[in-house]
Ligand binder design. Structure first.
Ligand code: KG4
Ligand code: ZN
Length: 352
């Protein structure tokens, strides 16, 4: 860095799962447009994302979403002097057939418009959602990243410099929400349904297990301290409902949600206390959860660090966060080679 910034106007493309999203973002701070076309209704009857349907829907949606994103941003001639300076796309992790649609489109646009292509890690994009809304966040920062596929606590020491503190040993938090919701007959996606139902329930009605959460973090082995586990909780809820079918589902939802949030916030607090971070933020779809947002902010205030909780639209999958992460990657690494492919298992680049 230090040189003049490369490309100010970034077009972001996100097709890693079941949202076709394209955004135009200026210097990772100003969102000129952010269009998200969700396929939720197409997958709902199957109770989860069907990869084949997702890939085909991205093909259908991509061009209309692109047209709307450019029009909303007021860009008539993307290749012109007031057009797009670089095209960033999520190359992983995600569903390969979905990723390929966005990556191929982004490369084609970069060639046609004669601008750089930038490969973006979807997890890094979730981290940058916070910077997009709050550019003056100070580092080091503890980030709790909770999505449908991932649950991790990361210490962000600098831009692009991530230390993994811990992650889930089994199900991701969002996956647990989706599976429990499915069992309760709440449909897909489960997180928002449980969030809504829990509002009318008693979170103390049932005492579901909180795995790997002790009073004192020092009683846990170093490699387990920041680890999560939600599969036992999911089984406990399912067994309970099977044995006690008359248990009010609002109480089940509220008690389950309280157990997930308790584990997430407790470990985030330990991380804040142990690392000397000056702030903490949330990312990923589960960060849209009402209880998590409240408790996370409360924990930060008690611990004396600055909390940042992105808007709900910025927590779930969108392309503005991809464009923002792409801008930072472009500044640090320059354009990506055209032979970077879609990688369903792409990992967050770590320094540990
Ligand atoms: O980040 P995201 O949009 O996609 C992935 O990258 O996975 O996260 C989707 C996950 C789903 O599991 C969904 O149930 C969960 O986020 N989710 C929520 C809420 N809204 C979305 N979980 C709990 N409460 C919510 N309000
Ligand atoms: Zn995501």
């Amino acid at each position: 860095m230090g040189d003049p910034p490369l490309g100010n106007t970034i077009l972001g493309v996100e097709t890693s799962c079941d949202e076709t999203a394209i955004a135009v973002v200026e210097r990772a701070t100003v969102v000129r447009s952010s269009v998200v076309s969700s396929q939720v209704e197409q997958h709902a009857e199957f109770g989860g994302v069907v990869p084949e349907i997702a890939g085909r829907a991205h093909v259908r949606e991509l061009v209309p979403v692109l047209a709307e994103a450019l029009a909303t941003a007021g860009i008539d001639d993307a290749a012109g002097p007031d057009g797009v300076d670089a095209v960033a796309a999520t190359t992983g992790p995600g569903l390969v057939g979905s990723l390929l649609v966005g990556v191929s489109a982004a490369k084609a646009l970069s060639l046609v418009w004669g601008v750089p292509f930038v490969s973006v890690n979807h997890l890094e994009a979730h981290l940058y959602a916070s910077f997009l809304e709050e550019p003056d966040l100070e580092l080091p920062l503890v980030v709790l990243l909770v999505s449908g596929g991932h649950t991790m606590l990361v210490l962000m020491e600098g831009h692009g410099r991530y230390r993994l503190l811990g992650s889930t040993l089994d199900d991701a938090a969002g996956e647990a929400f989706d599976k429990v919701a499915r069992y309760l007959g709440l449909g897909y996606p489960g997180g928002p349904a449980i969030d809504a139902l829990a509002a009318d329930g008693d979170p103390t009605a049932f005492d579901y297990p909180r795995a790997l959460v002790q009073e004192n973090p020092d009683t846990l082995a170093d490699d387990r301290r920041y680890s999560f586990s939600f599969s036992g909780l999911k089984t406990a809820v399912v067994n309970h409902v099977r044995n006690e079918p008359e248990a009010p589902s609002a109480d089940v939802a509220a008690s389950f949600q309280a157990a997930v949030v308790d584990a997430l916030v407790t470990k985030a607090r330990w991380a804040v206390e142990a690392t000397g971070a000056v702030g903490a933020c949330l990312g990923g779809g589960v960060a849209a959860n009402s209880l998590l947002r409240d408790q996370f902010a409360g924990m930060c205030n008690e611990a004396g660090v600055r909390p940042f909780v992105p808007s709900r639209a910025m927590c779930t999958d969108n392309a503005a966060m991809v464009a923002a992460a792409g801008w930072w990657r472009l500044q640090s690494d320059g354009p990506s080679p055209m032979d970077v492919g879609a990688d369903p298992n792409l990992a967050l680049p770590l320094i540990n």
